[in-house]
Design a protein around this ligand. Structure first.
Ligand code: DGL
Length: 279
């Protein structure tokens, strides 16, 4: 039987559209509802309590769209709120981006040294080192907070000299010592895949080699597996639809969102929604 209900995808803003893009590539027939909490972006500098409260409100709103699964397409929210979200939404399946990213990092490393690039909150919460240690206790993990990458990505400057200079600063602590340098970099923030060209150029300039692991791609694979396992696939032949919801500035969401989604989004495709609890 075909399950035509949409998959709900949630992020603090537009970065999660990199996950939506991968989901669309892997699942052409699924209907997708994407919610970006643009009114309260960024999450990456906020406390775990605040991010958890926001994420609970956001996923409750997605439930009103009769979603069959929720994908937390935000590393910060996945890091701090996956457990309470899964509890709150049970029995609905909830997929975060951290574990798929950790798995892909472990699969990619041959030296056993992984670098994780993420937001301040994700680094401070330590979700990646924990997820990696749970799967592969001997793997060494070095983390680097890259706050400026978020603004650069939103500006559309992922492949620019400013991005390269910024990446050079962030990567130096990981690669200055060749003996401890990682051979794999997990892009632990949904904004960071658009910075991949700058990161690659910096690595090339240093003569360093590292595989970049994009958690968007591995999360999409995890969703495909879960849909099959739980018999939730939409087996219709029709091309799936995308519905965009934002808590602020639909015009900016559409304009900046295209950078992450890789396809045109028009402001009239973006619905304004309010997540604040009514008083
Ligand atoms: N989406 C967030 C993440 O993946 C980055 C942007 C933010 O700080 O809200 O961590």
């Amino acid at each position: 039987m075909s399950d035509t209900r949409p998959i709900g995808v949630f992020d603090s803003g537009m970065g999660g559209l990199t996950v939506l893009r991968s989901l669309r590539a892997h699942l052409p027939h699924e209907n997708l509802v994407y919610l970006g909490d643009t009114a309260r972006l960024p999450y990456g500098t906020k406390s775990p309590e605040t991010v958890t409260a926001y994420a609970l409100q956001a996923t409750q709103l997605l439930m009103a769209y009769d979603v069959k699964m929720v994908v937390i397409a935000c590393n910060t929210a996945s890091s701090v709120a996956l457990v309470p979200l899964a509890r709150d939404l049970a029995p609905l399946p909830v997929v975060g981006v951290v574990e798929p990213g950790a798995r892909a990092g472990i699969a990619a490393t041959t030296s056993g040294r992984i670098g994780v690039l993420a937001t301040e909150s994700t680094v401070a919460g330590g979700a990646y080192p924990r997820a990696i240690a749970a799967l592969s206790p001997d793997t060494d993990v070095q983390q680097q907070a890259c706050a400026l990458f978020v603004a650069l990505a939103e500006e559309g400057w992922g492949d620019s000299s400013i991005a390269e200079a910024t990446a050079a600063r962030y990567l130096a602590p990981l690669f200055d010592n060749e003996a401890t340098a990682p051979d794999t970099l997990v892009l632990g923030c949904t904004h960071f895949p658009v910075l991949a060209p700058a990161i690659t150029k910096v690595l090339d300039a240093r003569g360093a080699r590292a595989t970049l692991v994009d958690s968007a791609e591995t999360t999409a694979q995890a969703v495909v597996e879960l849909l099959e396992m739980q018999k939730l696939k939409n087996t219709d032949d029709r091309t799936g639809t995308e519905r965009f919801l934002a808590t602020d500035a639909p015009e900016r969401f559409a304009r900046v969102g295209e950078l992450f989604f890789g396809r045109s989004i028009t402001a009239d495709q973006v619905e304004l929604v309010d997540l604040r609890p009514s008083i």
